[in-house]
Design a protein around this ligand. Structure first.
Ligand SMILES: Cc1ncc(C[n+]2csc(CCOP(=O)(O)OP(=O)(O)O)c2C)c(N)n1
Length: 369
């Protein structure tokens, strides 16, 4: 049980901002790249805090915050090659950022203005999945597809592709995830299972989901598993880069357990003070994924102070733009729901759509009377 709380994990940057060595993993980027990762972390957090504030002001229906999980998402998202494909859950705003999805596309979804309008094929980033773990099967199927298309193990950089499936610790209890592991293993599918262990599945702690550290599950399915410090953007980048390369080469799946912490509520409809102690949150604040990168950049004098103020200014501008753009969104036409179920409309749905439109028009005429 001790292993569950005090795990051996890959770390390359300490909470104090010091680089450390690991026998198996190395971060290959330079300080300029680390500065770029820092910008990603800050801007992603700013998008997240703005969205949380917008929900509190009644502008979004709900929001699933990524607070505390920025390094897990940016580190892995920046390890992806353009041809790789990511299948997210509903909290992967940092990965969406790395795939150039406009944050407004996320906010429109959480406002209920649309059902997700980014083109998965344009961004190689799937639509958000609310059904826990379902996307691990989609990812595995997609990975088997690219394998059959001959886009794996050719040795041609820029052609060989990998797939990454994001999910939480709670999702590992789902049958879908375990089925995905079985298929990926026996088919040698080029998929990286990326579990963000933020230690809570709403109010259920990880200790009620498993008796062994999650990364160790991979061995039972027959592929490698590794636990990485999910608050260390350099370590996450290094570990994900290696797992993706393995998959692209045709060496099959792997499981990454990014050990992190959900610093906020599960979603804006949740009250974590009812099931967890504030001590725990305070302890994790000391491992804030942004602080350690800032400490490192300052420690080695990689950037000047203007670098930090410029990023703050950029973050504020993004926050203000999102606030204005969300407020300016028009109300959606509710009948669009029927049109977005299948690629090709069915006659049953078209009839339901017409019936709904007639009913809603009758309500309007009643109001006028
Ligand atoms: C199949 C299914 N069962 C239950 C739910 C309700 N539900 C929504 S979020 C959640 C917890 C998910 O926890 P975890 O996988 O750890 O991800 P996290 O939200 O912490 O990132 C549950 C049970 C759901 N969305 N889908």
């Amino acid at each position: 049980m001790a292993d569950l709380v005090d795990p051996p994990l890959v770390q390359l940057l300490t909470p104090e901002g010091e680089r450390v060595e690991h026998p198996d993993y190395r971060f290959d980027g330079d300080d300029e790249m680390i500065a770029g990762l820092y910008r990603d972390l800050v801007l992603t957090r700013r998008i997240d805090t703005e969205a949380t504030a917008l929900q509190r002001h009644g502008e979004l229906g709900i929001w699933a915050s990524l607070l505390g999980q920025e390094a897990a998402q940016i580190g892995s998202g920046r390890a992806l090659a353009p041809q790789d494909f990511a299948f997210p859950t509903y909290r992967e705003h940092g990965v969406a950022w790395c795939r150039d999805v406009d944050p407004m596309a996320l906010l429109r979804l959480f406002r209920g203005t649309d059902q997700g309008t980014w083109d998965p094929d344009e961004h190689n980033f799937g639509l958000y999945t609310i059904v826990i773990g379902a996307q691990t099967l989609h990812a595995t199927g997609y990975a088997m597809g690219i394998q059959r298309d001959g886009a794996v193990g050719t040795g041609e950089a820029g052609r060989d592709a990998a797939v990454v499936a994001y999910f939480g610790d709670g999702a590992t209890s789902q049958g879908d995830v375990n089925e995905a592991f079985v298929y990926a293993a026996v088919m040698n599918a080029p998929v990286v299972f990326f579990c963000q262990n933020n230690q809570w599945a709403i109010s259920e702690p990880t200790t009620r989901q498993t008796r062994v550290p999650l990364y160790q599950r991979a061995a039972g399915f027959g592929f490698p598993g590794v636990r990485v410090d999910g608050n260390d953007v350099l370590a996450v980048h290094a570990v994900t880069t290696e797992a993706l390369q393995r998959a692209r080469e045709g060496s099959g799946p792997s499981l990454i357990e990014a050990f992190t912490y959900r610093m906020g509520a599960h979603t804006t409809t949740d009250d974590p003070t009812r099931y967890r102690v504030s001590d725990e949150v305070e302890r994790w604040k000391l491992r804030d994924p942004l602080e350690r990168v800032r400490a490192y950049l300052r420690r080695v004098h990689a950037v000047d102070e203007a670098f930090f103020t410029d990023i703050e200014t950029e973050a504020e501008a993004i926050g203000e733009r999102l606030r204005a753009d969300v407020r300016a969104l028009p109300d959606p036409d509710p009948t669009m729901l029927f049109g977005n179920v299948f690629t090709e409309q069915t006659s049953e749905l078209a009839a339901e759509q017409a019936e709904y439109a007639a009913w809603s028009a009758s309500l309007e005429s009643e109001v006028v009377r």
